[in-house]
Design a binder for this molecule. Sequence first.
Ligand SMILES: *Cc1c(COP(=O)(O)O)cnc(C)c1O
Ligand SMILES: [Zn+2]
Length: 451
Amino acid sequence: MTKSESACSATISQFRPTLTGPIHSKYSLVCTGCFATYYDDRLKCNSDSALLRAKYSSRQLMLKDVPGMGKFHDWLPVNEIITSDSGPITYKSTELAAELGLNNLYISFNGYWPERGAFIKTCSFKELEAFPTIQKLKNTGRSLVLASAGNTARAFAHVAGMTGVKVYIVVPESGMSRMWLPEEPTDFIHLIQMGKNCDYTDSIHLAERLSSLPGMLAEGGARNVARRDGMGTVMLDAAFYMKQMPDHYFQAIGSGTGGIAAWEASLRLLEDGRFGSRLPRLHLAQNLPFAPMYHAWEAGRREILKDIDMPDPKKLIHEMYADILSNREPPYSIGGGVYDALCSTGGMMYGISNSEAKAAQQLFERYEGIDIFPPAGVAVASLIEAVNSQKIDAEKHILLNITGGGVKRLEMDYSPHRIEPAAYAENAHVPLEEIITKKVLADGKPRAKGR
Ligand SMILES: *Cc1c(COP(=O)(O)O)cnc(C)c1O
Ligand SMILES: [Zn+2]
């Protein structure tokens, strides 16, 4: 810590940011490693590999009078207000809370549940990442490239289709069953299906190659502040609803980007001054047997050691119930990433078995009356474990992030449409000409350069 701090002060005084992109006054990007400030949109610091974080000119968050996530406009890195009814909702649990003996259990529901005012029609909090990311791209003429195991693909396809931005989405075969939309898919969506032996990480590698083509832009994953601050609205919504920050925050993670986002949102709420003076403790859960961050954290390591923390990853991933929580290269060790978020908040991690996740999912559905996704079951299981091992006090304010759900509820109102693949890729190394036709390449030519 002291070592990097002294390295940082040197970097700050030497550093002069280069202004290459659009300059905006709403926010700047500050490196979490060396504190260099950038006034253009970018994914990386010039001097180190730490995450950049948005610093907003509004220290206090004033809600805008719109439905959905647009109300948090002050702390989203977009210039135009997002007008969609899609956003996180918070409510106080009575049934599950009573079952667990908790007096202040709050649920952030990210999915479709109109009775509670929840209108995320692709049914996961990935949609909170998609809106600001695509909003930024809208008038650049560029196409977005991303990898997804399912929920991200649906979210970005939905928002891109609505907004008129082209997306190329690389999906492992195991994710294909999740490729549906509540509406008819538009021509803006290009799905690339990968071969049988590929997992999510192979999709990431192919997406990286695609994004180097002219006119294409990588969405940036955890490095994309629009993604993180979009997800951070879960914490913001909860803080406004509870009139304070929660004491504890529970979430299932695969990459941990949502955990980082919750931490960053609470740092801003701390500075805001109206929501308390202590950061919520992060309780982040992975699904065994594939739980590299859990193993590294339990061993007290900032580094993930492949041989120890994730031996034979493809086999382990195959055995997971919540298999979308399988990222082989999560932003854990990186400056400003999951490890730092856990350290900063006195956080902890959980390794949840398939049977625990399934039982918790059923328990939640029975008591709260809405269907949820397997990862959300993992989060509920971690809350149950925390209660059973007396890690949390019954009076404390707890925020349980239900990261996805309401598909069964959605099917009562909409009939989902399948998104058909536009191309197949046997592995991450196939020649790009095989999966991207000349016509597509021509379409993708940039109208304006720069971002
Ligand atoms: C992506 C996802 C997660 C994990 O989120 P990260 O914070 O990015 O690891 C959890 N639940 C659902 C439903 C998801 O789609
Ligand atoms: Zn830096």
